[in-house]
Design a protein around this ligand. Structure first.
Ligand SMILES: *Cc1c(COP(=O)(O)O)cnc(C)c1O
Length: 829
């Protein structure tokens, strides 16, 4: 055994060119089953991936051994989404194999870049929330924190976005693992069984009546696989464990199959396996909603059982659980975990209710990601009752004890009780997941200072009054490895050269040292030339993806994020149309050339945003085809925004559009990625924009618009979009151009809905902020004309944004909430 282990280690450890070469050949032969003569370039990619992976496996084994020996407190991260990005580049970076592999590959007449294109990004998330989860896992491993991420292995990830001829969003299924995923290890021994439906009954020996037996009507198997999450500059390799639903063995009906009823024979299999089929099934139908809740419970149940299994490897007493385990709930999707842990402890393991509740309450912490009351998840009690009858009973019991506590605190205040209750009565009797989370956790956090404050003042204010110590802020952060080093190798090289070493990669506040660059014209030139080369690379991609030609010398103005009304892509389009009108009115005036790059997906059922996408594409087509306008302005809508695309766009950006209505964006992380890459922000006082501005200084940030207080006041008294339309000539001209068919070949009906909604409701006050925004954009143009000054501002943005590292976010979580300590993993002896 020892010799096998040692031999295996010796085989996997080498990172010299000879080692790697030998192993590539061996992996190609034994793992891919082919030879250098007949291998395809996909074989070459796959073999490359396996060879890099081998180096992580050894570290993972040592990490596991170190964790076993130390028996530390573990952080478990539960999230419905992970936006991991490509694995190959990240894993080459952390194993320091990029250089030798590039040399080997080029000798074979291939290029690393080409092979990396085969690496499929696992699209297991929608946007910011999922990418945050990935950045935190990266930072956790880099900080040597024992941690496991739990999620669902969706068979189809987030859809691939294309555009119809009319410029609308077309969704295509993303079968990301169809050709196999070299980064994944199946772990069938750790499978779990998950129940649904059925009935509950009393147990004989429980006088309290709080323990009951659940007899599920359906049982599904959860099969885990894991992917390795390496730390940078350290030996730690953590994992992310993903669950896939499989029908239990009895589900295949051989009798019906033999009788020729082929479809009926596999009905149960299909139903079970649908659970992990897609990310966020459409919830506009009843079966869709049920499937979503099923998915949530599936994740929670598999993960908690796995956490308990792991706990029992080294520990036995239940009352020690909360000392060894902290579970972070990423938004409300995994919040059923509160009821499930109670069920596991009380019903399955015979722990007394009181003790179980004390353990539960000391184990969970909850991150809230929204402010909008309508975005706070609720589930009708009817549905919960049917799908998870035992959990419904447990939630009622938790609520009962909780509301007793509330009545005791606020005697006679029935309004308070109604507002705090985990169960709401109107309009439909439902479970408020954010309330269940808050009651069942020892800590609740928002994700930026403003957000945490508003959370405590508005959305969860009754809870914040009840338990002020439970509320925290932890401002989001992004991985410097992913979003600087991998995304922007040119800027990274410049930074390392300037700072003298690359310690900034794990200690991002060191970027502060770059301020010296602002004093040296030669360095400013280099800074500018890095940006220009990144823009040229983006232009190559944009031309190939859309046919639109971008000028690398034009200002690269980017808005990349999910399409949502509150993020206000509409406001940006009004600006673009305004520029279009101005150029037509005075074609010969001097102008700052701009390329506007937009990217983002909309939820498939979000019709207003899909209409807006048609407008964006229509404006782009009109602008780019106009011989006069296109001399000054180009617009490109890059399809299928994802992490890989972000890594291409972010380094090229000069201007970062962060223009959500103040008080609506919880934090944003795109704003951080862009500022770190030297883009200047034009933004509102919203989310983490405020903290970015505090750090880079008001002079290096383009601020516009209402603040959160003013926006709330305007919305309360009823905004009057029509008044802005009537009083602002440029705004009127922009709206009239859209309404009048300028971008729809004269068809006035095409965008009539957009115009109508904008002039009647304008829920997110795009019209109210229009003037301030357009004037601010004029100030941006003026600043751009002073090239030296702009470059200095760009450097300052990078230099001062070290705070927004996910490493700092993890440190804050550790100090304020998790109380987990690093466990160093010793290097190979
Ligand atoms: C960072 C990121 C986001 C979040 O962007 P915001 O501007 O903060 O909304 C969304 N999607 C992807 C792919 C990202 O990388």
């Amino acid at each position: 055994m020892t010799t096998v282990h040692t031999r295996a280690k010796r085989r996997a450890v080498g990172t010299t060119r000879e080692h790697l070469e030998q192993e590539l050949v061996s992996n190609l032969y034994y793992q891919r089953g082919t030879t250098t003569q007949s291998a395809s370039s996909y074989d070459a990619y796959y073999t490359l991936a396996l060879t890099v992976r081998d180096r992580l496996v050894d570290r993972y084994a040592r990490t596991t051994a170190a964790h076993y020996a130390a028996n530390p407190r573990f952080l478990y991260y539960l999230s419905a989404e992970y936006m991991l990005g490509r694995q190959l580049t990240q894993n080459m970076l952390s194993t320091d194999t990029e250089e030798p592999l590039a040399a080997i590959v080029s000798e074979l007449g291939l290029s690393l870049d080409e092979l990396a294109r085969y690496d499929v990004e696992p699209g297991l998330g929608n946007g910011g929330l999922g990418r945050l989860a990935a950045c935190l896992l990266d930072a956790l491993a880099t900080s040597d924190i024992p941690a496991v991420g739990y999620g669902i292995r969706y068979e189809f990830g987030i859809f691939k976005q294309a555009f119809t001829d009319g410029g609308g969003q077309l969704e295509r299924p993303d079968d990301w693992a169809f050709y196999g995923n070299p980064w994944e290890f199946a772990a069938p021994d750790d499978r779990q069984l998950v129940g649904f439906y059925g009935t509950t009954e009393p147990v004989e020996d429980d006088p309290t009546g709080l323990r009951r037996r659940w007899i599920p009507g359906e049982v599904v198997r959860g099969e885990p696989s894991h992917m390795l999450v390496p730390g940078y500059g350290t030996q730690t390799v953590n994992i992310i464990r993903l669950w896939q639903a499989r029908a239990s063995r009895q589900s295949f009906n051989l009798e019906r199959f033999s009788a020729g009823e082929y479809v009926e024979a596999v009905e149960d299999i299909v139903r079970s396996e649908n659970i992990s089929k897609v990310l966020y099934p459409d919830d506009s139908t009843e079966p869709g909603r049920e499937l979503r809740l099923k998915q949530q419970y599936f994740l929670v149940s598999c993960s908690l059982r796995d956490i308990i299994r792991r706990y029992h490897l080294r520990n036995s007493r239940w009352d020690g659980l909360a000392d060894k385990v902290v579970i972070q709930l990423n938004d409300t999707h995994p919040v059923m975990a509160v009821a499930e842990l109670m069920r596991l402890l009380v019903d399955e393991h015979g722990v007394a209710w009181e003790q179980a509740w004390s353990i539960t309450r000391r184990t969970f912490a909850y991150t809230c990601h929204t402010l909008m009351p309508e975005a706070l998840e609720t589930w009708p009690t009817d549905l919960v009752q049917r799908l998870l009858p035992r959990h419904m009973e447990i939630i009622y019991a938790i609520n009962h004890f909780f509301l007793d506590e509330v009545r005791h605190r606020y005697p006679g205040d029935t309004e308070k009780v109604r507002r705090l209750s985990i169960v709401q009565e109107e309009p439909v009797r439902s479970v408020r997941m954010a309330h269940l989370a808050t009651v069942g956790s020892f800590a609740v956090n928002g994700v930026a200072e403003l957000h945490s404050r508003l959370l405590a003042d508005t959305t969860l204010t009754d809870f914040a009054q009840l338990w002020p110590d439970r509320f925290h802020n932890v401002t989001n952060g992004v991985s410097p490895r992913r979003f600087l080093r991998l995304a922007n190798p040119r800027l990274s090289a410049l930074i390392t050269a300037e700072l003298g070493d690359d310690r900034w990669l794990t200690d991002l506040e060191r970027l502060e040292g770059l301020t010296a660059v602002t004093e040296h014209p030669a360095l400013l030139d280099r800074w500018r030339s890095v940006k220009r080369r990144n823009k040229a690379a983006l232009a190559v991609y944009a031309a190939q993806a859309t046919g639109v030609v971008l000028d690398p010398d034009a200002m690269c103005d980017v808005m990349i994020k999910r399409f949502h009304a509150y993020k206000r892509q509409l406001l940006k389009i009004l600006h673009v149309v305004t520029l279009f009108n101005r150029i037509h009115a005075d074609p010969d005036a001097d102008r700052v050339p701009r390329s506007f790059v937009v990217a983002g997906k909309a939820a498939p059922g979000y019709h207003a945003m899909k209409r807006l996408m048609r407008l964006v594409n229509a404006v782009a087509a009109t602008v780019n085809a106009d011989p006069v306008v296109s001399r000054h302005l180009r617009v490109v809508f890059l399809p299928d925004y994802n992490v890989t695309r972000a890594e291409l766009i972010v380094p090229a950006a000069d201007l970062s559009e962060q223009i959500s209505l103040a008080g609506t964006e919880a934090s944003g992380t795109g704003n951080m990625k862009l500022a770190l890459n030297g883009a200047l922000t034009i933004g509102t006082l919203d989310g983490a924009n405020i903290e970015i501005r505090d750090r880079v200084g008001a002079d290096n940030f383009f601020l516009f618009g209402l603040d959160a207080g003013e926006a709330a006041a305007v919305r309360a008294e009823g905004c009057s979009p029509r008044r802005h339309y009537e009083n602002d000539e440029e705004l009127r001209a922009a709206v009239d151009a859209i309404a009048g068919g300028v971008f729809s070949h004269g068809d006035r009906a095409e965008f009539a809905d957009i115009v109508h909604v904008m002039l009647t409701y304008d829920e997110y006050l795009a019209l109210a902020d229009y003037r301030s925004y357009v004037d601010c954009q004029d100030a941006v143009d003026a600043a751009w004309c002073d090239t030296e000054r702009w470059t200095r501002m760009s450097v300052v943005n990078t230099a001062r944004c070290g705070f927004f590292s996910a490493d700092r976010t993890v440190r804050d979580y550790r100090e304020r909430i998790w109380r987990v300590d690093p466990v160093p993993v010793s290097p190979q002896d």
